[in-house]
Design a protein around this ligand. Structure first.
Ligand SMILES: C[S@@+](CC[C@H](N)C(=O)[O-])C[C@H]1O[C@@H](n2cnc3c(N)ncnc32)[C@H](O)[C@@H]1O
Length: 247
C-alpha cells in the first residue's frame, strides 16, 4: 500500500530529527567553531547562489529547507535579512546556536515547506535553496507554487540542486532515469560514517519535469546552468535554476 502524503511527511520529519544535532556537531564541529569558519569567508558558503543575487545588503532572503542554517547565517553575515523554513527541530537547534555564535539574527521557522504560505511572512526578494530539496516533494509543481507565494513580484528563486542524471542514474540502484515511483533512501549522514540516521521517502524528478513545473507554477525561467560532478567532471553533478516571479 502506498503512503499518504501525511505518512511521507512524518517519516521524513522523523528521519531528519534522528540524532541530527549530534551529527552536525560531529561533522561541522560545535556551532561556535562553524560560526568562526563562516565569519572568516561568508561568501564562500553561498558561492553558487551569490552570483545571481548581487549585493544582498538589506535584502529579504528565504532559505527553504535550510537545514543547519549555514546558508542563512552566511547571508546574514553579508547583510541580508535571512529566514529559514525547515521542518526539523534538531536542525533549528543547531541553526539558532550557529546564528548566535556568529552574532547575527536569523528568523528560523519550523514548518512543512508546503505550508509556508500559512506562516504570514512578508514577501521575499529572493528564495534560495541548495542541494537536496525537490526529492522530498511528491508534487513538484505544487512546491514551486509555494515558492511563488513567498516571493515579491520581481523576486527571484535560485535553486542549486543535485542533477537528476546523477541522482537517478548513479546514486539509485534502479538506474532508471524515467522511474517515477517513490523510493526509500537513507537520510544523509554528514559525518560520512556508516551509521544510518533514518530513512526517507523520496521522489526523484527529471530535469524536464523540474523546469516544466517551475514554468507551470508561474515562474519565468532565466537560466539553467549545469555543473560537473565533483569526482568525474565529464558527468553532470548539479544544476542551478534561476527564475523570477513576474511583476
Ligand atoms: C539535504 S537538506 C538540504 C540541504 C541544506 N539546504 C544545506 O544547505 O545543506 C534537506 C532539508 O530539507 C528538510 N526538509 C525535507 N522535507 C521537508 C519539508 N517537507 N518541509 C520542510 N523541510 C523539509 C530537511 O529537514 C533538511 O534540512
Amino acid at each position: 500500500m502506498s503512503e499518504t502524503d501525511h505518512e511521507v511527511l512524518e517519516r521524513n520529519r522523523a528521519a531528519w530529527n534522528a540524532g541530527r544535532y549530534d551529527a552536525w556537531v560531529a561533522a561541522l564541529g560545535p556551532p561556535e567553531a562553524e560560526a568562526r569558519v563562516l565569519a572568516a569567508d561568508p561568501a564562500f558558503k553561498v558561492r553558487r547562489l551569490l552570483p545571481h543575487m548581487g549585493d544582498v545588503t538589506g535584502k529579504r532572503v528565504c532559505n527553504v529547507q535550510g537545514s543547519h542554517a549555514r546558508v542563512a547565517v552566511a547571508l546574514a553575515l553579508l547583510g541580508a535579512q535571512a529566514t529559514v523554513i525547515d521542518f526539523a527541530e534538531e536542525n533549528r537547534r543547531y541553526g539558532l546556536e550557529l546564528a548566535a555564535a556568529a552574532r547575527v539574527s536569523i528568523d528560523y521557522r519550523l514548518s512543512d515547506a508546503m505550508k509556508a504560505g500559512a506562516l504570514g511572512l512578508a514577501p521575499f526578494d529572493f528564495v534560495v535553496m541548495e542541494l537536496g530539496i525537490l526529492h522530498y516533494h511528491q508534487d513538484v509543481t505544487a512546491f514551486f507554487r509555494v515558492i511563488v507565494g513567498l516571493l515579491a513580484p520581481g523576486g527571484r528563486m535560485i535553486l542549486n540542486e543535485f542533477h537528476p542524471a546523477n541522482m537517478k542514474l548513479r546514486r539509485q540502484a534502479t538506474a532508471d532515469y524515467f522511474n517515477s515511483e517513490p523510493l526509500v533512501g537513507d537520510v544523509p549522514n554528514p559525518t560520512g560514517g556508516p551509521e544510518k540516521l533514518g530513512q526517507c521517502t523520496l521522489r526523484l524528478w527529471t530535469l524536464g519535469e523540474v523546469v516544466t513545473a517551475a514554468i507551470d507554477a508561474g515562474l519565468v525561467v532565466e537560466k539553467l546552468i549545469e555543473l560537473p560532478d565533483w569526482d568525474d567532471p565529464k558527468f553532470p553533478g548539479m544544476f542551478t535554476l534561476v527564475a523570477t516571479k513576474p511583476v
